[in-house]
Design a binder for this molecule. Structure first.
Ligand code: SAM
Ligand code: FES
Length: 345
């Protein structure tokens, strides 16, 4: 496997081409499309803190700053950071930019409301490490958005590769150039762009299914997948040349640290479960009409039958069942969580 220094050097080598691509993007319909898509994934409030990981020349950082996010950006490749720095000045946005590796983030836990990355994750060294770092720096309730494609399959799967070759030729015939500005078809150029990466650690693996498993494994909640987001984000040329590897989106939420469930089924409901849930929310300072404490750390919700069916009602705190809220242990647990809430407010 390549070292991070080799990966960074490789990305630095693509900085000029990437910068040309994002200048076109910044002058196109894509700004509105991406902004709309990303803002729809969070309960947007101006000043929300966003981390753009692997920012490259800074497309997301620029458009999300303009859309009202407070953006921090990181990238490991020096030349990409140079382009990003220039673009932040050119587009007059105030983005803090760091030389940082996504595997080892130097941010405190619970810092960001949103973490975004585009076209970064196909070349990571350790997926579990990066996704758990992204989860760590998110606030409870914060959202991770990964945008990427099965680029590696177009390099490593023979059938996909042939389809990519066909598309590449068709694109040059129709538009006079490929996506990187090459104006004629040549097997060598094609093979250079679609490098043979049979040794790639994702060879034979299909995304975003793979990512779903890793994200679940590191503790993300509410994970959802959109396998093709290109309809309103790619133009016809991009759809032609890369249509067999459409860009996908994975969204995951950093859930609360603590989950309290109160059984509202059959006998528990008849035996006062609603009152118990109300009392718990009250104790924890959860506002009426909400389920989560203001810091997002504790969630208290109704649940279906927890299969104990004892009186007066069954509750679960972080998966441990209590059969009677009047028992000292259960009361103590909620008291303990409430005391922690007061200390952190
Ligand atoms: C294809 S570019 C995408 C840039 C940008 N996100 C965009 O969509 O325009 C990938 C970027 O991710 C950065 N990157 C890849 N792995 C990284 C890591 N482990 N830590 C920080 N940056 C990384 C690269 O240096 C490069 O700038
Ligand atoms: S009805 Fe509440 S645990 Fe079964």
């Amino acid at each position: 496997m390549k070292s991070q220094a080799q990966i960074n050097a490789q990305w630095s080598g693509s900085a000029r081409i990437y910068d040309d691509i994002i200048q076109d993007e910044l002058a196109s319909f894509r700004v509105e499309g991406w902004t709309k898509l990303i803002r729809a994934q969070v309960d947007f409030k101006p000043g929300m803190k966003c981390l753009d990981t692997g920012c490259g020349p800074g497309f997301f950082s620029v458009i999300l700053s303009k859309a009202g996010f407070d953006v921090t950006a990181i990238d490991g490749a020096e030349k990409m950071r140079e382009k990003a720095d220039k673009n932040f000045k050119k587009y007059d946005v105030d983005v803090e930019l760091f030389d940082m590796d996504a595997h080892y983030l130097a941010f405190e836990d619970d810092t960001f409301d949103l973490v975004v990355s585009r076209n970064v994750t196909h070349a990571l060294r350790d997926y579990r490490r990066v996704y758990s770092e992204w989860r760590r720096v998110l606030k409870p309730g914060g959202v991770l958005l990964i945008f990427d494609a099965n680029w590696h399959l177009a390099w490593s799967d023979p059938d996909m590769r042939e389809e990519s070759r066909k598309r590449y030729k068709e694109c040059i015939d129709k538009y006079g150039s490929d996506y990187n500005g090459n104006t004629f078809y040549d097997d060598d150029i094609f093979d250079k762009i679609h490098k043979d990466v049979e040794e790639h650690q994702l060879a034979g693996i299909t995304r975003p299914d793979f990512d779903f498993g890793v994200m679940k494994g590191v503790g993300f909640d509410e994970i959802s997948i959109d396998r093709d987001i290109t309809k309103e984000l790619w133009d016809d040329k991009e759809k032609l040349i890369f249509g067999n590897t459409p860009m996908f989106m994975i969204r995951g939420v950093k859930g609360p640290e603590h989950l309290i469930e109160v059984c509202m089924a059959g006998c528990c409901k008849r035996n006062g479960a609603e009152k118990i849930l109300k009392a718990i929310k009250n104790k924890l300072g959860i506002e009426p009409g909400k389920n989560t404490t203001a810091d997002g750390n504790i969630k208290a919700v109704e649940s279906g039958c927890l299969w104990l069916c004892k009186q007066p009602a069954v509750i679960s705190v972080d998966g441990k069942l209590y059969t009677d809220m009047n028992q000292e242990t259960a009361v103590d647990v909620v008291e303990g969580l409430a005391a922690h809430q007061q200390n952190t407010q």
